[in-house]
Ligand binder design. Structure first.
Ligand code: CUA
Length: 347
């Protein structure tokens, strides 16, 4: 084959692999950059098993290559070579070596797996969080503080967070790659428990890791690790009474149409995600990132408008009724978007 023909075949393959690899580049969704002790332990297991596999691979391939070259058939070889089988020494060697390797892998794996599943449910020092997954959002309840929020899980640094996971509908999976492995939320009513902690302040992206419907890929959440002081401030702010909309008519519409399902401060109902402090969340509807600059000026307001005007186009299959179908005018929707986008919590 001519050289350019080889290149013609290799180039598209290289291009495809580069594209695939580029998809692995997001810092905050990578298990390869652990940000907490649980994720670190799991990453160490990955490194250990890959190292063992690499050593085995290199040795086996080297021996195979050597044997293939050294004992290849030559023109002077006319007869069947001598057949040797059942070498006792060899049999022992290739049984014992894998056994040792399996043990080296198994001991730390079992240790880490049990540490990962450690139950802090009765640990007075841990923060208890009840996670409920919904099509396509996450609810976080803090039973110790009487607080329920959605989408942004606020935690203090260096505390064990003891999770209790369940689902309101189908199976989902709770996953914060940089802090720990996945844990399913099961529709059969069983409750899964696990815990993790985040030593450093920061925002860690979380994902639903179980195919749950058309917007599965958009079922994101954030874990926001803040200083213990900020956490206290946040708790107080979450429990403050609702700041009402100034315009009386709009406030009435908001109460009748939105607060039936959503809670804001001390007002509102259940079923939909809490909207308390929604303006200070990392994203609107978990995917319209508020941090991304936007031509129109205030990205939170623009994201909120985009969401409220047509929730289905942002997150197909979600259960929120479109405000316009509830009879809200464009002006009312814009007004509510402005109000929610500016409903921020200082912490
Ligand atoms: Cu929920 Cu995928």
């Amino acid at each position: 084959m001519k050289r350019w023909q080889v290149m013609k075949r290799l180039l598209p393959m290289l291009a495809i692999f580069s594209l695939l690899m580029a998809g692995c580049g997001r810092d905050d969704l990578s298990v390869l950059r652990p940000q907490g002790p649980v994720a670190q332990g799991q990453f160490d297991l990955i490194k250990l098993s890959i190292s063992i596999m690499l050593v085995v691979l290199v040795i086996v391939f080297a021996i195979s290559a050597y044997v293939i070259v050294k004992f290849r058939r030559r023109p002077e070889h006319k007869d069947m070579p001598e057949q040797v089988e059942g070498n006792f020494k060899l049999e022992i060697i290739w049984t014992v070596i894998p056994l040792i390797l399996v043990l080296v892998l198994a001991v730390p794996t079992v240790k880490e797996v049990f540490a990962f599943g450690e139950d802090h449910a009765n640990d007075k020092d841990a923060i208890q969080v009840k996670v409920t997954s919904h099509l396509y959002w996450w609810e976080f309840e803090y039973p110790q503080f009487g607080i329920t929020t959605a989408q942004d899980l606020i935690i203090p640094t260096n505390k064990n967070i003891a999770f209790e996971l369940k689902t309101a509908d189908v199976i989902h999976s709770f996953w914060v790659p940089s802090l720990s492995g996945k844990m399913d939320t099961n529709p059969d009513g069983t409750i899964n428990r696990f815990s993790f902690s985040a030593p450093k302040e920061g925002v860690y992206r979380g994902k639903c890791a179980e195919l749950c419907g058309p917007s599965h890929g958009f079922m994101e959440f954030k874990v926001k690790s803040v200083s213990p002081e900020s956490f206290e401030t946040w708790k107080t702010a979450m429990k403050a009474p609702m700041v009402a909309i100034e315009d009386k008519a709009l406030a009435e519409t908001f109460k009748n149409q939105c607060l039936t399902c959503h809670a804001v401060g001390d007002q509102g109902g259940v079923g939909g995600p809490s909207l308390t402090g929604i303006g200070s969340r990392e994203a609107v509807a978990s995917i319209l990132l508020n941090s991304e600059t936007n031509d129109e000026g205030n990205p939170v307001v623009e994201n909120m408008k985009e969401w409220l005007h047509d929730p289905q186009s942002v997150k197909p299959g979600n259960k929120m009724p479109a405000p316009k179908d509830l009879g809200l005018t464009d002006a009312e929707i814009d007004g509510i978007a402005e109000y929610l986008a500016n409903y921020k919590l200082e912490y």
